[in-house]
Design a binder for this molecule. Structure first.
Ligand SMILES: Cc1ncc(COP(=O)(O)O)c(C=O)c1O
Length: 353
């Protein structure tokens, strides 16, 4: 079979042997009655890691974000968020459907939100504009290329929004932790609610956890049920999640190192993208390209699978299934078309016909 390196997403990761063993021997119960000891252990572990009173295990990252907005806002409230954040642009309009809130979006090209932009929207309440109840941030910020927030910037933002809630979409929070050295608890201290995905770079097969104040997490359990997300013997999944938190965080350094190597390769191969590889600090290589879709399609024919985030934005993600050898393979592929004598307008040699 032809060689293929899958850089579409860190969601394609496989559970480790330790996870499979933990799942096979997990002690489980009916989580609907709060009786699954393994789920309870995972929730307690995550709450401790992020310094919150309680946590709730949910089926997915989107469910965690949606439940957070349900418990933090009321219909008609404004949620301030970056225009490209997952909760705004990649959840199929779920917030409008589930919470009847409206987003006020600000520029997030470089990952973080500008304090002045957020404050301006909050202050516009005095000019007959809707009430801002929640500010939502994403760390790392996927669309910008996995850019981690500087923890001090998050602290400043949290300080500036007064008693409004801050939700932290930390789908890749531990990538930020590994990249910046700031602890998960320090990041989360700025937020009312924080979630992380166990099923991305941490390699668990299913699941996310949402943490926050105990009273809010009790309401989160009700909202989870309303969404049909209350599971029963979910300890089989939580067991893998515990292994993820215990053993898979430090290895994210390897994903980051390999992503940076890929970033250099892509920047060199596609100078027309003006991509600065030094902006790649975690596991996502994302850059604009006038023909991103075609580029991704052509690379796919050469065995390098990526994806697009927008018609002119390409994305390649490293994860536990990508080795140093795979990076060498991508380098070979790149060299093949970078030095090709007869180049297509894209710089990629024709591979068919
Ligand atoms: C930043 C961010 N938040 C939330 C999610 C949603 O996670 P899930 O696919 O588990 O619903 C993703 C998924 O890629 C994400 O990148």
């Amino acid at each position: 079979m032809a060689r293929r390196v899958d850089l579409r997403s860190d969601t394609v990761t496989q559970p480790t042997e330790a996870m499979r063993a933990a799942m096979a021997s997990a002690v489980v119960g009916d989580d609907g009655y709060g009786e699954d000891p393994t789920v309870n252990e995972l929730e307690t572990r995550f709450a401790q890691l992020v310094g919150k009173e309680a946590a709730v295990f949910v089926a997915s990252g989107i469910m965690a974000n949606q439940i957070a907005l349900r418990v933090l806002s009321r219909p008609g409230d404004l949620v301030v968020a970056g225009r490209h954040q997952h909760v705004v642009s990649f959840e199929m309009g779920a917030a409008a459907r589930n919470s009847a809130t409206q987003f006020a979006t600000v520029d997030d090209t470089n990952g973080a939100l500008d304090l002045a932009d957020v404050v301006e929207i909050i202050e516009s309440e005095g000019d007959h504009q809707p009430h801002v109840e929640v500010v939502s941030v994403e760390n790392t910020h996927m669309f910008s290329g996995g850019v981690p927030w500087e923890v001090e910037d998050l602290e400043r933002l949290s300080g500036a929004i007064g008693d409004r809630s801050l939700h932290l979409d930390g789908a890749r929070l531990f990538n930020a932790v590994v990249a910046t050295g700031a602890s998960a608890a320090r990041y989360a201290a700025s937020a009312t609610t924080v979630m992380t995905c166990l099923s991305k770079g941490l390699c668990a097969p299913v699941g996310s956890v949402l943490a926050g104040p105990a009273e809010l997490m009790e309401r989160a359990r009700i909202e989870r049920k309303r969404l049909g997300g209350a599971l029963r013997q979910a300890g089989f999944l939580a067991a893998a999640g515990l292994v993820a938190l215990d053993t898979m965080i430090e290895r994210l350094h390897d994903d980051h190192r390999r992503a940076r190597q890929l970033a250099e390769l892509f920047a060199f191969a596609f100078p027309e993208s003006n991509y600065d590889p030094t902006t790649c600090r975690t596991n996502i290589v994302a850059f604009d390209h006038p023909q991103a879709r075609r580029m991704v399609e052509e690379l796919s024919h050469l065995g390098v699978e990526g994806g697009t985030l927008a018609p002119q934005r390409a994305r390649f993600v490293t994860h536990a299934g990508v080795s140093d050898d795979d990076v060498d393979f991508v380098a070979e592929v790149m060299a093949r078309f970078t030095h090709a004598p007869r180049r297509t307008p894209l710089g990629i040699p024709p591979t068919r016909g």
